[in-house]
Ligand binder design. Structure first.
Ligand code: ZN
Length: 304
């Protein structure tokens, strides 16, 4: 056997073999791992939200756990292939089920669950409906999998993972009324959850606000331009300013178009089929989400 064949063999066979239910993750920064979700619609498609974890010298923090206990278990498996350190925190960026139905997989780890101060209320309001919809879609989820936060954030909270501090910031009503961002100070990387959709049409949540979200984007744009941003959906690590600018452009355009529609006293039913169709078409997943965005914007802006 010649040397190149031997080399090939050793390359193939030294690769870590992932167990069937173990989530492949990529290192986006030293000690900071994530897996990119795939484009899809909540409940119809699995593994759609970006999920991740950060390893300090003493402990691990998880950011979002995926859309089912199975997804959570696959993420836990990925963590355990890299470290035996305790998982001290599970941070949920917001209430949407594609981001937190994996929580229950981390219960036995003794982690503290953390979310925005509005998250308990949002989960109490929406949790059971989400479970019913997930079950109808064939997912193995029960009300036992609804894990409310043990600790909530109003303003900011700093967590210490050992030689690594994370700053959590609760933001005002934007994608939902319970959005939380996570800044890894060591690598200047900020996980934005669904405050940022990258190469994916931005999706307005039921408790969100276009006016609030645009204000949040403006605040984010004036922060450190060297920050690495991690979106809730789409490719991991977005070039901060262009990604935020694209999202702002979509919402500014749609807000103006919906306001004009309202001023002309036209009904929503016609609006959802025509407002901003052309501009939205450039975004992946526009077919699935644009009309719904318009109807949310309409109901928010008709009271201005
Ligand atoms: Zn969301």
């Amino acid at each position: 056997m010649n040397r190149s064949v031997l080399l090939l063999l050793s390359l193939c066979c030294l690769q870590p073999v992932l167990a069937a239910n173990c989530q492949p993750v990529e290192a986006i920064q030293p000690g900071f791992y994530a897996r990119q979700g795939q484009d899809g619609v909540v409940f119809d498609t699995q593994n759609i939200a970006n999920t991740g974890f950060i390893i300090g010298s003493q402990a691990v923090a998880v950011i979002d756990t995926g859309g089912s206990p199975e997804e959570g278990a696959a993420l836990l498996c990925a963590i355990r292939q890299l470290t035996d350190l305790p998982i001290r925190y599970v941070i949920n960026t917001h209430v949407h089920p594609d981001h937190l139905f994996g929580n229950s997989a981390f219960r036995a780890e003794g982690a503290s669950f953390i979310g925005h101060s509005n998250l308990p209320r949002a989960l109490a309001l929406l949790g059971e409906t989400y479970v019913e919809r997930a079950q109808a879609a064939g997912l193995k989820v029960t009300t036992d999998d609804l894990v409310p936060p043990d600790q909530t954030v109003e303003g900011s909270l700093t967590l210490d993972l050992g030689e690594r501090r994370l700053r959590l910031d609760a933001v005002g009503q934007s994608h939902t009324d319970n959005d939380l961002t996570v800044l890894d100070e060591k690598t200047n990387t900020r996980w934005l959850g669904d405050l940022l959709f990258h190469q994916h049409i931005p999706v307005m949540g039921g408790s969100g606000s276009v006016n609030g979200w645009l204000e949040t984007i403006q605040t984010l744009e004036t922060q450190d331009a060297d920050e690495h941003l991690i979106p809730g959906h789409g490719p991991l690590q977005a070039a901060a300013l262009p990604a935020l600018e694209a999202e702002r452009g979509y919402f500014e355009h749609m807000r103006a178009a919906v306001r004009a529609w309202l001023q002309a006293d036209k009904p929503l039913a016609e609006g959802v089929d025509s407002i901003g169709q052309q501009e939205a078409a450039a975004w992946p997943m526009a077919q699935e989400y644009h009309k719904r965005n318009i109807s949310y914007l309409y109901s928010e802006l008709e009271w201005e």
